[in-house]
Design a protein around this ligand. Structure first.
Ligand SMILES: [Zn+2]
Length: 244
């Protein structure tokens, strides 16, 4: 009985070495795709007991094989695996201050008390990116005691932070952000914020999720005394920007 074309393709896939992440083309949501644009089926990829991708012989590729052109992670880590980071920021609200959030200015009688422009969403995002690579927090990199950062546009801080991520051999997979704010309502501004942040982070808009919730009129958020933002990011290993 002759073999169907699909069977032949499947057989070829089982004997060939799996492509590394840097070689794999991605679709708009950051998923690896084959040359025909189809996402790889996870069930087809061999894994070891801890769920890490291995080659056909069950051997895990080492860091040099996987990412020959990337910088080594610090502290003796030999495997370059995806990394997650959490970020949190809070600002007090006060009258007659500009209110920047997600890179845009909101029309509101209150604004954030801050040394910089007070963009709580971008600060939490920077914190998550730094945390994913164990690079400390935003206060360490951009101290609020420095005149250099007085009134600074937080979009510039995000760009500088993301450059650190790219130089470490990672790129953003996706970010999920929760803005806790009683007023004003920001739902209609979320697409613009996502687009703006995704542009700085060099990903598609659907890779930057922003959700808004009120404080149900309780706590410092509910009493409109402040704003809080939580962010989780997934970073994916890749070639260092500007190399190979
Ligand atoms: Zn802040």
């Amino acid at each position: 009985m002759s073999m169907k074309t699909n069977d032949k393709e499947q057989l070829a896939n089982t004997t060939e070495r799996l492509p590394n992440a840097a070689e794999q083309p991605m679709n708009a949501t950051g998923q690896p795709v084959n040359v025909a644009g189809q996402s790889a089926n996870v069930a087809e990829q061999p894994m070891n007991a801890t769920g890490q991708l291995s080659d056909a012989e069950g051997r895990l590729p080492n860091a040099e094989e996987q990412f020959p052109n990337t910088a080594r992670p610090k502290s003796g880590v030999t495997e370059r695996l995806p990394r997650v980071g959490n970020g949190y920021d809070v600002h007090r609200l006060a009258p007659d201050l500009p209110f920047f959030l997600g890179g845009i200015r909101l029309e509101h009688p209150l604004g954030c008390v801050a040394h910089s422009d007070g963009d709580c969403l971008i600060h939490a995002l920077c914190d998550a990116l730094l945390g994913a690579l164990a690079l400390g927090d935003i206060g360490k990199h951009y101290p609020d005691t420095s005149d250099r950062y007085k009134g600074v546009d937080s979009k510039a801080l995000l760009k500088t932070t993301y450059d650190l991520v790219r130089k470490a051999g990672y790129r953003l997979g996706n970010a999920d952000c929760i803005v806790c704010l009683q007023s004003p309502k920001i739902a209609h501004l979320i697409p613009k914020m996502s687009s703006l942040l995704a542009h700085i982070l060099e990903v598609a808009e659907e890779c930057v999720s922003i959700k808004a919730t009120t404080g149900e009129r309780i706590g410092f958020v509910g009493r409109e005394e402040g704003i809080a933002v939580y962010v989780t990011v997934l970073l994916w290993p890749c070639r260092v920007k500007g190399e190979g």
